[in-house]
Unconditional design. Sequence first.
Length: 503
Amino acid sequence: MSPFLVIILVLLAVYKLYRFTIDKPPNSPPGIIRLPIGGSYWMLLWKNYKFPHLAVDYYTKKLKSKIISGYFGDFFLVIVNDYASIKEVFTREEFDGRVTCLETINDRAFGKKLGIFFIDGPQWHEQRRFALRYMRDFGFGRRQDKLESEIMDEMSLFIDILKNGPIYDGEKEIMKGNLMLFPDILYATSANNIWNVMFGQRFDRSKHDISRHLCRSAMMFQRANETTGGMILFLPILKYFGNMFGYTNHMKGNYAIVDVVKKTLEEQKITLSEHIDRGFVDKYLKKLNENDKSEYFTEEQLIILLVDVMFPALSASPTVITHIIKYLMHHPKAMEKAQSEIDTIVGTGRLVTWEDRKDLPYIEAVIRETMRIETLTPFGVIHKALKDTTLGGYDIPANTPIFTNLSAMHHDREMWGDPENFRPERFLKEDGQICKDMSLPFGLGHRVCMGETYARYTIFETLALLLQNFNFSFVEGEPSSLEDRVPGLIVNVKELWIRLELR
Ligand code: HEM
Ligand SMILES: *[C@@H]1O[C@H](CO)[C@@H](O)[C@H](O)[C@H]1NC(C)=O
Ligand SMILES: *[C@@H]1O[C@H](CO)[C@@H](O)[C@H](O)[C@H]1NC(C)=O
Ligand SMILES: *[C@@H]1O[C@H](CO)[C@@H](O)[C@H](O)[C@H]1NC(C)=O
């Protein structure tokens, strides 16, 4: 080969690589450089290895735009960082899609597109509508005496266990004297309450190991492999590296929940009664027995639907409660205010109930403020453009995944003034009453979190009861810093022992 030809070929290759790094769809938002295989993800890892998502901040500043684009693997995607555009993504129907072709995601669902989180189109419309309609009958998303009193039973038992100490081996692992392991101590109650909505039954105290197993599996699934966990979604080839990118743990955690669900479904089928529905599952099983149902109603869909709906209750709720307690411990004035609000309004003679919520605005403000400053799902859950459209003056091609950076919005200086400060008062009016909530921890619009009402209720109830009954202090040597987080699908706390003293 002549040297001339070699030079031409090298130049061509360099040019191709150069085009590869900067090419993107016409008039799309300003982009982060793309490298082979991992796409722009390498650039993020390079900037911030532990929490790559944090690195995007650097690029929004560098590219001088609140809407930016990049490549994860071969996926061209858009990241939206400001309130107005995020709200548009949440509320415009053409952004209601989800990325449904991710191999790792479908692997957790018997290799199919099932569940609720990662489906879209007519299948999603139908399954979401059916789930919401009938879960409502069991107190999900609206107030219902039966569920509330059963949740109160669980809560009283929880407080009782904390006060009187462990009996079973599983309890002894998470309670030592007045030291309690968080978030684990919250698992039994969290799992039982959501299990009750779905199946109409709860695991009694001697079987709390099963409840804890459900939560631990959900945690294993979503924590998977800390740093590189996010990459596997867009680079399915990484699944062949075992646990290096978290694949093994994703699947292990997921199928552990599937196993318990399947076993319970078998029992539930045998005892299904014509006259009564014990929980949502009975409704769905009866639907499966109908002849004129759509093709989307299958037993496998039921299983993954249950996993999807229960998964955040098993993992997100205990995590949020632990975040809140940690923030309050770091802000003793806020802790004192919260406890004295409960003392004044409720006292110590009875347990705090849902009725009390409207009279406890400071507690409410504490919950909102923690969910703002410590955004549990920094990106929300990825949306997708269902057709060619525009956003903020840029063209967005059909099928583009869109990240709603809730964390950016929750820390926007223009919106919050002093976003870095933990200040529950920002959610209160001058007269101490709660004011309009501009934070969006649960999203908004058609895809809004299905568990928002339920989550707000159970988080409120658990927190209020803990504050009513105990004082909290950190234990020497435990990961007590607010920076002690563990990355995953949600932002986790490191497990820690906290001292609880009866007030
Ligand atoms: C504890 C705090 C929780 C937070 C911060 C949270 C947050 C979110 C967010 C941001 C989304 C995505 C919204 C979007 O697509 O734009 C979501 C979706 C969802 N959440 Fe939650 N969630 C929580 C708890 C729960 C609970 C307890 C449940 C169920 C019991 C639940 C069930 C769901 C479901 C099923 C979806 C998917 C909805 C869909 O894709 O149509 N979440 N959540
Ligand atoms: C989201 O916003 C935060 C806060 O501005 C920033 O640190 C992070 O890089 C952003 N991430 C993405 C994916 O936009
Ligand atoms: C994550 O990957 C590293 C490197 O392969 C491995 O040592 C570690 O055990 C993994 N962590 C988890 C939680 O799977
Ligand atoms: C609980 O904490 C408050 C505020 O720090 C303190 O005044 C009170 O004495 C503590 N109560 C108990 C029983 O330790």
